[in-house]
Design a protein around this ligand. Structure first.
Ligand SMILES: [Zn+2]
Length: 302
């Protein structure tokens, strides 16, 4: 890398550090506060949670997940995107497989048997469904972590503040991703230039306790899960990659490629305690059977 590029990266970093911890721009906050809507009424308005099909993965071997071939017969994983539509704005949670994959027909199979498929990009789905928001009208963007299969539409995001834990922020900005595997830095190129709020722990996204980022490091240095308190459905927790398989959750199995196995176990304990205390429904994002059973946009949970 040339010295000019280094200087440029340095300047961008300084700019983002200046943005850290700051409130999002005023213009992004004012859209909901009409004169006749009081704070109390706003708080009563329901949250809607939309689920989108953002691709599918298929594994020939599950050894990397620290599983024997006989532990589970599941080989296909879903990679959903979610939009949490709160009265004060929309949060995009995870962005699935790389958008460019949608241009390729059918399953893309590698030599080692690993395969991936994305039928329609998130941008195209949002345009087709006309839900009243798109990737240019978001208030916030958060990924459970920066692995390639969770940030695939990140370059299409043209709005909102990126909510990212310090560990993943550092890896995203470092040369070589600080040894974090499964990071494709080109997928993060544009999100790194968006207004950014770096988190060091749990974070109440809209300030009313109903949408909370829960730090759960270990899979990556800044892995997180999302707690959403829905009025009718009840509280749900979006798992990120705390687990990839139901078997892994039942048996507390840590994938071989996690950056910190010890920390992963602590995060599992922390999230499972929250599940118990809140009575939340735990949505294992990569669980294709669960995904197939759930409502997809334009339907929603509320
Ligand atoms: Zn994943």
């Amino acid at each position: 890398m040339g010295s000019f590029k280094l200087l440029f990266v340095g300047l961008i970093s300084l700019f983002l550090i200046a943005c850290e911890g700051g409130e999002p721009a005023q213009s992004q906050k004012e859209s909901v506060s009409g004169p006749e809507v009081t704070g109390r009424e706003l708080a009563m308005q329901p949250i809607k949670l939309y689920i989108f099909d953002c691709g599918r993965l298929r594994f020939a071997s599950i050894a990397g997940f620290n599983l024997k071939q006989t532990d589970t017969d599941v080989r296909e994983l879903s990679t959903p995107c979610y939009v949490i539509d709160h009265p004060e704005g929309q949060l995009l949670w995870d962005a699935g497989l790389p958008s460019g994959l949608a241009k390729q027909e059918g399953w893309q199979v590698q030599e080692d048997g690993f395969a991936s498929i994305l039928t329609e990009s998130l941008t195209s789905q949002l345009a087709r469904l006309n839900l009243g928001f798109d990737l240019g009208s978001l208030e916030y963007v958060a990924f459970s972590h920066i692995h390639w299969d969770h940030v695939g539409a990140a370059n299409d995001v043209a709005s909102g503040t990126w909510l990212v834990q310090q560990g993943d922020y550092d890896a995203a900005h470092a040369e070589g991703s600080l040894g974090v595997p499964a990071v494709q830095s080109e997928l993060l190129a544009r999100i790194k230039n968006r207004p950014t709020q770096v988190l060091n722990g749990d974070h109440d996204v809209f300030g009313d306790g109903r949408v909370r980022v829960i730090a759960a490091e270990g899979h990556t240095p800044g892995h997180q899960v999302l707690y959403v308190d829905l009025a009718e459905t009840g509280p749900v927790i979006l798992s990120g990659d705390l687990y990839h398989f139901r078997y892994s959750r039942r048996n507390r199995v840590v994938p071989l490629f996690n950056v910190d196995a010890e920390q992963t176990l602590l995060s599992m304990d922390k999230v499972e305690e929250l599940v118990s205390a809140s009575g939340a429904d735990f949505w294992l994002q990569h669980d294709a059977a669960l995904f197939d059973s759930q409502k997809k946009a334009p339907a929603y949970y509320q």
